[in-house]
Design a protein around this ligand. Structure first.
Ligand SMILES: Nc1nc2c(ncn2[C@@H]2O[C@H](COP(=O)(O)OP(=O)(O)OP(=O)(O)O)[C@@H](O)[C@H]2O)c(=O)[nH]1
Ligand SMILES: [Mg+2]
Length: 387
């Protein structure tokens, strides 16, 4: 054990040794991680704690799903172009927002835990249907099994994106800390992408690592992690500067990555301005923050626009030669190409594709002739020509 750790760390370590259940162990390890001094000498120790935490999380998930008869009983069938979950502590105004945006008749009360199961509603914006799902209020410890938390977090893991809702009549920083910790514990990474490491398992030939120089840390530690994951033969390509912890993250297939925004609700409440300023100061660089009063219906239009952005979709109008564009448009993932659209319409369209004509933002002049790989933009009109 390193000699330069703190008394708090030792206390947490003691707690870890005495822990009986997985949640107890997780809490103790989190404390150890938070109290270990961050310098080069403790790098391996921090890595070890992180890896043990990930292992416990996976073990806990398995235990939970076995107990609940397998899988998450709360899953909500996806509809529309994207599914966005509304997530927050109890009583922050999730139902009020859902109702204001989708018209769904959900119960709204001044006390906590009014909504007890996920409630979906459809938001139509710019001719596109987005599914919003209110997730019942999360609480501290949800990820460790409190208040059906594991099922609720399962719904969030399965969604396309997350709208975090905080209540500006209460301390928003505290709310964010609770929510972000629960996400972390459930293996949900927000507004972050997987470290750019490609791991290609090979039948034989041992471990080959391309781009080794990008790794800030000892290769022996990398090899140890691979052994522990039972990866004995693989071609690994590191494509950006990474730490050992990043490498561990890249190895962890149970993690999910989601885009998220913050909706700062109850902007009409006393003290909300001050709380909003604090929220901005702390989280503005990682999240888009939209102030709102759902009760007074202030800033709802802006919120719709931001939810549309969050959904990461675009509208594509299709047309046949000599005819007007068809309505409604189809919803495509941002960055989709002409051939993606062709595939969506009919597989023969893709198979017999010759060229397309495009009108809109992605081209220089109207009706421009483009190839299969041409990347489209929101609102483009596409006319596909086949052989
Ligand atoms: N002042 C103010 N109150 C609001 C606003 N939005 C919601 N509320 C109130 O906050 C309380 C809780 O609202 P809900 O929409 O039921 O909150 P929820 O997050 O769905 O609550 P649970 O389902 O119990 O977790 C109700 O009394 C609402 O009227 C708002 O913008 N301003
Ligand atoms: Mg509710």
């Amino acid at each position: 054990m390193p000699t330069n750790v703190t008394a708090e760390y030792l206390a947490a370590e003691e707690e870890y040794r005495n822990a009986k259940t997985i949640p107890e162990k997780i809490r103790a390890l989190e404390k150890m991680y938070a109290t270990v001094p961050k310098h080069k000498g403790t790098e391996k120790l921090r890595l070890q704690i992180k890896r043990r935490l990930a292992e416990l999380r996976r073990e806990f998930e398995k235990q939970q799903s076995l107990r609940k008869g397998g899988g998450y009983s709360f899953s909500v069938k996806k509809e529309g172009a994207a599914q966005i979950v509304l997530v927050g502590l109890p009583n922050v105004g999730k139902s009020t927002i859902l109702k204001a945006l989708t018209g769904v008749d959900v119960e709204i009360e001044e006390y906590a835990f009014t909504t007890v199961e996920p409630v979906p509603g459809m938001l139509t914006y710019k001719d596109i249907q987005l599914q919003l799902v209110e997730v019942p209020g999360l609480i501290e410890g949800a990820s460790l099994g409190k208040g059906m938390g594991t099922q609720l977090l399962g719904v969030i893991r399965n969604a396309d994106a997350i709208a975090i809702i905080v209540d500006l009549s209460n301390d928003p920083i505290k709310q964010m800390k609770i929510l972000l910790r629960e996400f972390e514990r459930a293996g949900i990474k927000v507004n972050k992408r997987r470290p750019n490491v490609e791991i290609k398992r090979t039948p034989s030939g041992g471990i080959i690592i391309n781009g080794q120089d990008w790794i800030k840390g000892e290769i022996s530690e990398v090899m140890k992690m691979l052994r522990e994951e039972r990866i004995h033969s693989a071609e690994i390509t590191v494509k950006e500067p990474i730490t050992l912890e990043d490498f561990a993250e890249a190895l962890d297939e149970s993690l999910v990555y989601k885009k998220a925004i913050i909706i700062a609700n109850k902007g009409d409440a006393p003290g909300s301005r001050e709380n909003y300023e604090r929220l901005i100061q702390r989280y503005n660089d990682k999240f888009k923050i939209i102030p709102l009063s759902a009760a007074k219906r202030i800033n709802l239009e802006k919120l719709k626009e931001e939810l549309y952005e969050l959904a990461d979709v675009m509208r594509v109008f299709t047309k046949s030669p000599g005819e007007d564009p068809a309505y409604p448009p189809i919803a495509m993932k941002r960055g989709s190409t002409v051939i993606d659209v062709a595939k969506r319409i009919h597989k023969d369209f893709a198979k017999n594709f010759k060229y397309a004509r495009v009108w809109g933002k992605s081209v220089k002049f109207p009706g421009q002739r483009v190839g299969a790989d041409h990347v489209l933009e929101d609102g483009d009109i596409v006319e596909i020509h086949t052989k």
